[in-house]
Design a protein around this ligand. Sequence first.
Ligand code: SER
Length: 624
Amino acid sequence: MDLNTIREKYIAHFKAQSHAVIPSASLVPENDPTTLFTGSGMQPLVPYLLGEVHPKGTRLVDSQKCFRSGDIEEVGDNRHTTFFEMLGNWSLGDYWKKEQLAWIYSFLTDELELDPQRLFVTVFAGDESLGIGKDVDSVEIWKSLFAEKNVSSETALMGSEEEGSKRGMKDGERIFFYNAEKNWWSRSGVPGNMPPGEPGGPDSEIFYQFDVEHNQAFGEHCHPNCDCGRYLEIGNSVFMQYLKNEDGTFKTLPKQNVDFGGGLERILMAVTNTPDIVAVSHAPIIAYLEQHSDKKYGDDEQTTKAFRIIADHMKAAVFLIAEGIYPSNTDQGYFVRRLIRRAVRYADMLGIQGGGCASVVKPIADMYGTVYPDIPAKRVEIENAVAHEDEKFRTTLARGLREFEKITGTTVTGKEAFLLFSTYGFPYEMTEELATERGMTVDVQEFKEEMKAHQDLSRAGSEQKFKSGLADTGEKTTMLHTCTHLLLAGLRKYLGEGVHQAGSNITPLRLRFDFTYPEKVPQDVLDKVEAYVNEVLTAHCAVETVILEKDEAKEKGVEGSFWEKYPDEVTVYSVVSDDGTVYSRELCGGPHVKNTGEIVGVFKIVKESSSSAGVRRIKAVLEP
Ligand code: SER
C-alpha cells in the first residue's frame, strides 16, 4: 500500500456514507491573512464550522495539503516532516460521536486491516472549571466497538502527560482519559488560550503501537501520549461543539460538528508497521537519491538524516512552488528559500549526481501526478526555480564564507551566527561545523534567542508592520493597503513622476499616506485622484504579483521607495483591469486583496496637509 491507495480508500469509505468529496485548499490560506500557511485540515473549513452553509452539504471528506514551517529544524528524525496531507471528514451539524467513531474504526481495522490489538484511544477527562464533564459517551461507543473485535477495553485515568508517564499502562487498558492539554482541540490549543469567538471541543485520538521498546529518556513508563516512538497518533476526532464567549466561558455552537483529521503519511507508517515516516512516505525520492549517489538510506546516522532532509524539503518546496510561491526573502517565499538551501547543502554532502536538487523534482512529480496534476504540468518551471535558487545559494555562500573569515576570537556570537543565517543563508549547523574546524565555538543560546525573535515575527506575519506600515493584516487593513497603492498611482498621474511614498500607516479605519511633493495639492487634483481610485474599485481589477530581479524591476519602471531595503529579488504588485490597463505597479511585501472588487465602500480623501518639508500627508477612508 502507498499514499495514493490509502487516500483513495479513505475517500471511498466516507463517500459510501454520503460524504461529498471536496478538493484540498491551497497551502497559502486564501482569506486568512493571519497565518502564512495551511497547517491543518480544519483551517479552510472554519467558516463552515462556525455555521456558514457549505455548498456541498453537511458531510464532507477531503485530503488537505499542509505545511508546518515550525518543524523545519526538526526534520531529520524518523517522525517529523514539514509537508504532509491530512485526511479529513466533516460533519457540519450532521452526524455525531456514534457514527464518527464507528466509521473511522472500521476504516482502520476493516479497510486497512490494522491489527485491533495495536490500536489504543484517548478521550477527554473533563474540566470542572469549564463545566464540561468526562467524555463518557465516547467511552461507551469505544467499548462496544472493541467488543466487536474481541479486544480488551479497560479504561484508565491519566490526566497530564507527566502523570501518564508516572502511572504507565496496565494489561487490558485501551481507553485513556487525558486532560485538555491532550484531548481538547482548537486552533489555539487549550481552552484558556482560545480567543473569544474561537470554536473548539473535546477530542478522541487513536494511537498505533509499534514494536519499539520504551525509551526512559522520555519518562519512567510508556503511555499513548509518550514521545518515545512506541505510540503514534494516527487520527483525531474532534467534537467541535463549543464556542468561547467574550467573558471566557463557553457556549455550545448552534450546530455540533465533527472534525476528523488523520495524517496520511502516519497512517501509512501504521499500515506498513514501520516507525519511520520518510522510509515509507518518501520511498520514491529515497530510491532516486540512492541511485544518484553512492550512499544508501540507513548507512549511518548522518547519511540517513541527509536523505530525510532532502526528501522532506524538496517535497515541500515542490508543492509550494507549484502554488506560485517562489524563493524570496519575505513571507512564504522565505520558507521556500530555506527549504531549498538546506536541501542543497545536504545534497552536496551526499554527493548527488546529475542535476542536483532540481533533478529531485521529477520523482516527486511522478509520485503525486495522478492526484495533483499541476505538479507534473509545472515540472519544468519548478525545476528552473530550484536550479536558480541553488545557483544563488552558492554565490551567497561564497560571500558568507568571506564574512565568516572576518570573525575573530574564539566564539562566534549568536548575533553573528544569525547574520550568517539570515543574510548569507548559512544553516546553523554549517556555522557550527565551520567553527569547529577552526577551533571556535558558537553561542547557540544567543543564536536561538535571535532565531526565536525572528520566527515570532514571521509567524505573526507582522513583518508587514514596518515594511508597509500596516497595523495588522485584517481584512479592512488589507483593503486600505491596496487603496494606498492606487492613491499613489493617482497622485503620480496628476502631479507627476516626482511623487514617491515617504511613509505609510494603515489601521482598519483609515489610511495615512506621506508622499514627496513641495506644495499644497489643489482640491481639483484631490478630486481627480479620488475618482481614479474609485474607478479602479468599480472596474474589479485583478491584483497580480510577480517576483523580479531588482534591476529588472527598476528598468521596467516599477514604482518603489526604499529599494535598498529590499532583497535581490522583489515582489511587484500590479493592479490590472480585464482589458490589460495597468493602474498601479509597485514594489511591496503585501498583503493585498486579490481583486479590487473585494474592496467594500467608496474611497474618500478626508484630509490633505503638510507632513514635513517637501512631504505632504493624506488621510483617506473607505466610506460604507
Ligand atoms: N483539527 C484536528 C487536527 O488538526 C483534526 O482535524 O488535529
